[in-house]
Write a protein that binds this ligand. Structure first.
Ligand code: G3I
Length: 380
């Protein structure tokens, strides 16, 4: 890093740290460093956005989001149930707004997702014969991937196809189309979207067994002569169980296959985890009780600093391997918008993100920024 840029970076972090302990400021104010600027040249910084945010109906978020992030993934807006509600009916209205929002703010869009066993339109679950399912599969991928080719930067072509032991999950696709359906999805996407990067996306694929399954899947796609550009490690982790060694090993093993690694849905839960529900199996839901929701009046300092330490370690690792990583996406703009307030128990108060419910940066944010400054100083 050039001396001048280093001085600017250190000054902005110094200023920001003072400001964070001082009076309140407007969300997205110029005094808070911007993640996308701090990590410029390392990887793009993404965020999951909901409909209200994409339509810019929340004025605080509307200012805040494009300041901090240069990429986004629609949290739900491009899932099959919404985009393709009936056999011959597509509803492109929301997806078109997603494209317009990305263009307006010059943010990279990750399309999420073409093929997923969950959030399917109900007509698909009623399909009985293989040929009809094959028709849905091919038409769905071709129609959507070609419409948005080159407008989205990338697609999660297939999402969450694996079981925890690395075998292929039983789903309507596997049952009716056979084990090769993942390869076929990428083949169809490649034809329909020659100008879009194509990714496989899943949770817990940093864990050894599931990772082995994902590596085998990628090799199978490549052996068939079909293009796959990247793998998305979702990154839904728990503060008591951050698998740093597995994450590093995964970055090395996935990138050794010639694909980029993305962290696509990053968050770190701090709440009691009675079912050890690491990951994102949304079919799991536990009954609410107050003991499972202990921090309704704020996160204790001790946990706040543990969370900051976890993010610090993660970003140290990300920077170490920045040549292999394309994007880090946070699954929610701030603590208020995290899905982890409702999973695996509904109605809790969780604190998994870098920004609090008022869009103010948390200690974890400043640790993440400081990792970058530390790296820059070490390189002098
Ligand atoms: O839009 C409807 C609304 O009309 C209805 O009134 C309301 C009643 O419950 O539901 C609304 O839909 C909800 C939707 O989010 C939008 O808010 C669904 O019930 C709810 O299940 C859905 O949850 C999403 C979940 O995926 C399932 O699609 C979460 O927001 C989203 O964060 C989560 O994201 C997934 C990724 O796609 C894949 N990886 C795991 C990740 C976390 O589960």
């Amino acid at each position: 890093m050039k001396k001048y840029s280093l001085i600017v970076l250190l000054l902005s972090i110094g200023l920001a740290c003072c400001v964070s302990t001082g009076g309140r400021k407007m969300p997205g104010s110029g005094k808070t460093p911007s993640l996308k600027d701090v990590f410029k040249g390392d990887f793009v910084i993404g965020v999951a956005l909901n409909r209200t945010q994409i339509e810019e109906r929340d004025s605080a978020a509307a200012v805040f989001i494009p300041r901090q992030f240069n990429a986004f993934t629609p949290e739900n807006g491009m899932k099959a149930a919404l985009l393709h509600p009936q056999w011959d009916t597509y509803n492109f209205a929301e997806a078109d707004k997603i494209i317009a929002y990305g263009r307006k703010h010059r943010m990279q869009i990750n399309g999420h997702t073409l093929i997923w066993h969950s959030q399917l339109p109900s007509f698909v679950l009623r399909i009985k014969d293989k040929d009809s399912l094959r028709r849905f599969f091919a038409e769905h991928i071709s129609t959507i991937a070609s419409r948005y080719d080159g407008q989205v930067y990338s697609w999660d072509v297939v999402n969450e196809a694996l079981n925890e032991d690395g075998t292929l999950r039983r789903s309507v696709f596997r049952e009716k189309l056979g084990e090769d359906y993942v390869v076929e999805a990428f083949r169809l996407a490649q034809l329909a979207a020659p100008n879009t990067r194509l990714y496989y996306n899943d949770y817990n694929i940093e864990r050894p067994w599931k990772r082995a399954g994902a590596l085998a899947l990628i090799k199978k796609i490549q052996a068939a002569g079909v293009r796959i550009d990247g793998v998305g490690i979702q990154g839904h982790w728990h503060i008591n169980n951050l698998p740093l060694e597995d994450i590093e090993q995964s970055i090395l093993e996935f990138s050794s296959l010639g694909v980029k690694v993305m962290f696509t849905e990053l968050d770190i839960s701090v709440l009691p985890d009675p079912a050890h529900a690491n990951g994102a199996d949304i079919s799991r839901n536990l009954a609410f009780n107050a003991a499972l929701n202990p921090y309704t009046n704020g996160l204790p300092d001790s946990l706040q600093s543990r969370l900051a330490g976890s993010y610090e370690e993660l970003f140290r690792l990300f920077l170490k391997h920045k040549d292999k990583i394309g994007r880090i996406t946070f699954w929610g703009v701030n603590d208020r918008y995290s899905w982890l307030n409702n999973w695996p128990v509904r109605g809790r108060t969780n604190y998994p993100m870098l920004f609090d419910r008022q869009f103010d940066p948390k200690p974890a944010f400043y640790k993440v920024i400081a990792v970058k400054a530390g790296n820059a100083v070490r390189k002098q």
